[in-house]
Design a protein around this ligand. Structure first.
Ligand code: CMC
Length: 429
């Protein structure tokens, strides 16, 4: 459905189409605005700009709603598993039992990485941040799997998708093992996706390793919660990189680089560091005061969201998962959790946070849970990347399959010097 609206520019009326989605805000189509008026629109940070049409994920930030292909996130996290969510995001429908078995089988058969990849890892310093390793190694996959880099071939696109979903946990576990000086553990394909990942991270060749089903289920749920989040910064990065025709491995590497930042995926690591810095509940008021101080750049990590101006629906599920994991591991009095709970309560009652609609986001809880499971903080964003890979791929595929797709090329408001003449270095004062 579309209607029209009129914009008056320099006393000239310009008719613009208004396109409606199935739910959510309509958009004013300004794609012909420059041709009609000679002006661009200006929207730094894309706060009012829809960069694409998409059928994958819907967020209502005011109501705290998150739907993958129409299904509420809490239902998927409660009843489904991560690979089912992957299927849903990629193909648009929940799989039948046969489709699910086939999909699981296909992903599982791609979990190993080319053995030559091991050499990439050994080139890094042991203290390299695992996100740095991930950016490099995922980008390097394009050098190993040439046979799935032709983006015009749907079959190659499908194989590349499978490879990335399957190999990300293997690469992530290798990055972790390398950092602690332990041998790489190869995938074991009779395990489910998440159990396999836990084993690759925590097993050692010298001992038998039994996967704890509570932890595996919790991590699987964390993966579901992080699987997609419509046009966030890293997904937009993947789309922009892909719009030039770059191969999917290179595009996902670009997404990983963007995810690394503390305002995005790096927030779970930053949130845990902040809780550690606060240390005890009595120091919370000091940090709240700093967060509110305009002259102090400090922010409460794990609070606030560009889109959610209500409780992040993922944070609610994450909070429950955190308690399940701590109880399974017998962690009753975790000082970080005490600080987190108290901080949450204080912030939720504080006028500053209420006025600015700053609620805890998913990263507020995920750090505590991952730490309890045994992951070091430097791995938190890597786990986010493992989960988000399917979202990036689904969004990238949607873009490639869209016949109206063109290279993404934002414009600018130029405020630099006007034209001036070059002066040789000898003549410069
Ligand atoms: N602590 C204190 N004040 C805050 C916070 C915070 N965490 N977040 C926002 N504000 C204030 C900010 O100072 C600003 O105040 P004012 O209007 O007086 O200038 C106002 O709230 C709006 O902030 P903004 O920076 O314009 O909002 P944004 O939509 O650009 O930023 C955000 C969203 C997530 C980057 C920001 O809330 C933030 O930095 N949060 C901490 C980092 C974090 O937890 N990020 C994880 C996001 S969820 C995971 C993901 O999607 O990757």
């Amino acid at each position: 459905m579309s209607s029209n609206t009129t914009l008056t520019v320099d006393n000239k009326a310009v008719e613009l189409a208004v396109n409606e989605g199935t739910i959510g805000p309509s958009v004013i189509d300004i794609s012909k605005l420059y041709a009609q008026t000679g002006m661009f629109t200006y929207d730094p940070g894309f706060t009012s700009t829809a960069a694409t049409e998409s059928k994958i994920t819907y967020i209502d930030g005011d109501k705290g709603v998150l739907l993958y292909r129409g299904y509420p996130i809490d239902q998927l996290a409660e009843h489904g598993d991560f690979l089912e969510t992957c299927y849903l995001l990629l193909y648009g429908e929940l799989p039948t039992a046969a489709q699910k078995a086939d999909f699981d089988y296909r992903v599982t058969r791609h979990t190993m990485v080319h053995d030559q990849m091991n050499r990439f890892f050994t080139g890094f310093r042991r203290d390299a941040h695992p996100m740095a390793i991930m950016v490099a190694c995922v980008g390097a996959l394009s050098a190993f799997y040439h046979d799935s880099t032709d983006i015009s071939d749907p079959h190659q696109r499908m194989i590349a998708s499978m490879r990335m979903i399957a190999k990300m946990p293997t690469l992530a576990a290798m990055a972790y093992k390398y950092s602690i000086g332990q041998p790489f553990v190869y995938p074991q394909n009779d395990l489910d996706y998440t159990s396999n990942f836990l084993r690759m991270c925590f097993a050692v060749p010298a001992e038998e390793y039994k996967v704890n089903p509570v932890l595996s289920r919790a991590l699987d749920r964390i993966f579901i919660l992080h699987a997609d989040h419509e046009q966030n910064a890293s997904t937009s990065t993947v789309r922009l990189a892909g719009s030039s025709g770059a191969n999917p491995f290179a595009c996902i590497a670009a997404g990983i680089a963007c995810l690394w930042g503390p305002a995005h995926g790096g927030a779970n690591e930053a949130a845990l560091k902040m809780l550690e810095e606060i240390g005890t509940p009595d120091r919370i008021p000091e940090f709240i005061a700093r967060a509110k101080d305009k002259n102090d750049p400090f922010r409460l990590m794990g609070f606030g969201h560009r889109v959610y101006k209500n409780y992040d629906p993922r944070a609610k599920i994450m909070q429950k998962t955190t308690h399940e994991v701590l109880s399974e591991l017998g962690i009753k009095d975790d000082p970080l959790l005490d600080v987190a709970m108290e901080l949450e309560q204080i912030a939720l009652k504080d006028d500053y946070f209420i006025e600015k609609k700053l609620y805890p986001n998913i990263d507020f809880y995920s750090g505590i849970t991952l730490k309890a499971m045994g992951f070091p903080t430097s791995m938190f964003t890597v786990l986010f990347a493992v989960a988000r890979t399917v979202g990036w791929i689904a969004q990238w595929s949607e873009m490639i399959e869209d016949p109206s797709q063109r290279i993404g090329r934002p414009r600018q408001l130029y405020t630099g010097p006007t034209e001036r003449q070059y002066v040789t270095v000898a003549q410069r004062g």
